[in-house]
Design a protein around this ligand. Structure first.
Ligand SMILES: C[S@@+](CC[C@H](N)C(=O)[O-])C[C@H]1O[C@@H](n2cnc3c(N)ncnc32)[C@H](O)[C@@H]1O
Length: 210
């Protein structure tokens, strides 16, 4: 675990206790998206920042899932949901920018939902390096994040909530995830689209073959 992530882990170890309740108003929207993001995946999948395991029930039964999270309390909640999922799930307590317990070149997919908006910019290039290390050549990734809108009304609302969102979730709307992926030597973006407004950004890509 990187020292800079210890405070984030501490935050999530507290937030975990009421995460599913606190997040419920947003989850009513997200739960419509989760099956669409996950239902077509097959093979070995690594989900980074699994949280309380809200994605688990949407994976196909043939998926072999490895879930990583830096908060042991979030993972404890995820363990309960893993028991009800259709697919095989292994949960690992690890930092996605380190992934010391994850072997190289073995995953068909990397998935994360609302991880990179939480992860400080300074660690994102390291997390992307880990993503390319653990993906098979040609393996794919799919990331769902929140960013600032260009619409003034939506932006004002985001700015109003930004202090709360950062305090409780460690999340920010101004992370530079896309720029970091574009600079990554081994990853390539193949598609970008918004799921709602110009805020909820889905980024898809591959680990280059060479
Ligand atoms: C906003 S929650 C999202 C949880 C889940 N993916 C979802 O869609 O509900 C972010 C999660 O990422 C985890 N996280 C943050 N930084 C991480 C890191 N460097 N490595 C692994 N997990 C991390 C947090 O502990 C938290 O569980």
């Amino acid at each position: 675990m990187r020292e800079g992530n210890l405070s984030l882990r501490a935050k999530y170890n507290v937030t975990a206790l009421f995460y599913d309740i606190l997040d419920y108003p947003w989850e009513r929207v997200y739960r419509e998206w989760r099956p669409l993001l996950l239902g077509d995946l097959r093979g070995k999948v690594l989900e980074a920042g699994v949280g309380t395991g809200r994605n688990f029930r949407h994976y196909h039964e043939s998926v072999e899932l490895t879930g990583v999270d830096l908060s042991d309390v979030m993972l404890k909640k995820a363990t309960r949901k893993a028991g009800k999922a259709d697919c095989k799930i292994e949960l690992i307590h690890d930092d996605a920018s380190v992934m010391q317990h994850v072997a190289s070149n073995q995953y068909d997919w990397i998935i994360s939902t609302f991880l990179c908006c939480v992860m400080p910019d300074e660690f994102q290039p390291m997390a992307l390096e880990q993503f390319s290390r653990v993906l098979k050549p040609g393996g794919k990734f799919r990331l769902l994040e929140m960013i600032y809108s260009k619409n003034k009304t939506i932006r004002r609302r985001q700015e109003f909530f930004s202090a709360f969102v950062e305090k409780v979730y460690g999340a920010r709307f101004d992370r530079k995830t896309v720029q970091f992926i574009e600079r990554s030597p081994d990853l390539e973006i193949t598609a970008k689209r918004f799921l709602k407004d110009d805020v909820y950004l889905l980024v898809e890509g591959i680990r280059k073959e060479t």
